[in-house]
Design a protein around this ligand. Structure first.
Ligand code: ASP
Length: 436
């Protein structure tokens, strides 16, 4: 068995956290390839090393003195070195970084040093070999990930090794310039490494014991999710459920490798398994509830709309011409609503309304703002009747008015639109209707 283990920033924020990480890795000989993030926050008031690096590099680029800012970053690593009694020195690395900052080596180069240095320390502490991601993870000139070259070079290299530490978050262009993924991108590196190593499992270690049925800021102490499918996860993360970078799914999913989200601070917790398919029934009819505020609905009315072929297309054209994508489009016989992100819509509002008038000649257009969308997601909904009824009864009991309902044809989710002010009470009501 091969397991690829990725540790997030909070799992590697201090010497104490490094010790937990080592215990976890040494507890299972299958944990052979390790992908670290940069040191994260040690407490809520702390700053992530990645953010310190962005700040330090901005000073360098603006021609300000950046020595103090760089010294503070060095202190973070020195704290880890001292706390673990390592004999390694990062002096020459920091001298090189200083030179490169002065030469304006680039923002991506700067940010990537967080993972690079942490990788050197972790490899030293574990006694594993260090692989610089710049030599094994590649990007195309247009900034997209170069899957083919990366897989070829990385899988060949890993096949020749028993253990390695490969820093997350960055790689390089063909000419060697460093390029990072978007923020939180070490998750993606972990997934790429798992595929290249032909791993049996990708363990993603963080500071929570996996996914929760819903947001703990909204529902008190929500239950955890044991197993979730990739499709369910996609629905939930689109609606705002965090924990894993969205792009981290594709490499492992294509190779059929499951992901296990685990908690570095509670390694005995089972965490959440993310799988392609499972015969395991979810604990409740629903797997998760997520939602977002900040939507606007544009409600268009026209007598005999149903008989006018091409009406919907013309409405959507007005949005398309103004570069606005829509989220949902529920319709009645003579009415049609388009749900869009409020912040995007506001800027283009008058241009879009004028175009709808011109193209469609509607009887009226009414705008509702400050709406929220809630996605109730679950593979168990397909085989259970009455799910929608339970949701609606719960919302009725909570006095929440439903503004829109949309059930995907896959029966994997039901999307409900409510007033933004009802968002929290709606989620609480739905949660308690299913989870006892
Ligand atoms: N260190 C990077 C960030 O803070 C990448 C990561 O942690 O995944 O975004």
């Amino acid at each position: 068995m091969i397991k690829v283990v990725k540790f997030g920033g909070s799992s590697l924020a201090s010497a104490e956290q490094f010790m937990k990480v080592k215990d976890i890795i040494k507890a299972d000989p299958d944990r052979r390839f390790v992908v670290p993030s940069a040191p994260g926050k040690r407490n809520s008031a702390d700053t992530k090393v990645t953010d310190m690096l962005y700040h330090c590099y901005a000073l360098a680029e603006e021609g300000h003195d950046f020595d103090d800012a760089l010294a503070q970053i060095k202190d973070r690593y020195q704290g880890i070195i001292d706390g673990l009694s390592l004999t390694v020195s990062l002096d020459s690395e920091f001298a090189t970084i200083r030179e490169n900052f002065a030469k304006h080596a680039g923002k991506d180069y700067a940010a990537s040093r967080g993972e690079y240095l942490n990788g050197i320390l972790l490899a030293n502490y574990l006694g594993f070999e260090f692989l610089d991601a710049a030599q094994y993870i590649f990007f195309h000139e247009d900034g997209t990930f170069d899957d083919v070259t990366t897989h070829k070079k990385l899988s060949k290299k890993l096949a020749s090794m028993t253990h390695a530490v490969i820093p997350g978050f960055y790689g390089s262009y063909a000419d060697g310039r460093v390029k990072t993924f978007s923020r939180g991108g070490s998750d993606i590196t972990g997934s790429i490494v798992a595929r290249a190593a032909a791993a049996n499992l990708y363990e993603n270690w963080t500071d929570v014991s996996g996914f929760l049925v819903t947001d703990p800021r909204i529902v008190r102490d929500p239950k955890g999710i044991e197993t979730i499918t990739y499709r369910e996860l996609r629905e939930l993360s689109y609606m705002g459920a965090g924990v894993l970078h969205e792009d981290a799914i594709f490499p492992v999913r294509s190779a059929g490798i499951p992901i296990n989200i685990k908690n570095t601070n509670a390694p005995e917790d089972a965490g959440t398994f993310i799988v392609e398919n499972t015969s395991r029934k979810p604990a409740y009819t629903i797997t998760g509830i997520a939602g977002k505020k900040g939507f606007t609905a544009i409600n268009i009315e026209k007598d005999m709309m149903n008989a006018e072929i091409g009406f919907g297309r013309k409405v959507l054209q007005a949005f398309e011409d103004n570069g606005i994508s829509f989220e949902h489009m529920p319709s009645g016989i003579d009415t049609l609503s388009v749900f869009v992100h409020q912040s995007e819509f506001e800027e283009k509002e008058q241009a879009i309304l004028a175009e709808i008038h011109k193209l469609c000649n509607p009887d009226s257009i009414e705008i509702s703002t400050d709406l929220a969308l809630i996605a109730v997601v679950g593979r168990g909904m397909k085989s259970n009747h009455g799910t929608a009824a339970r949701i609606f009864r719960a919302l009725d009991n909570a006095g929440v008015n439903i503004r829109m309902i949309d059930q995907g044809s896959s029966e994997l989710n039901i999307i409900i639109g409510v007033a933004g002010a009802d968002f929290e009470s709606a989620i609480n009501a739905i949660y308690h209707a299913f989870v006892q």
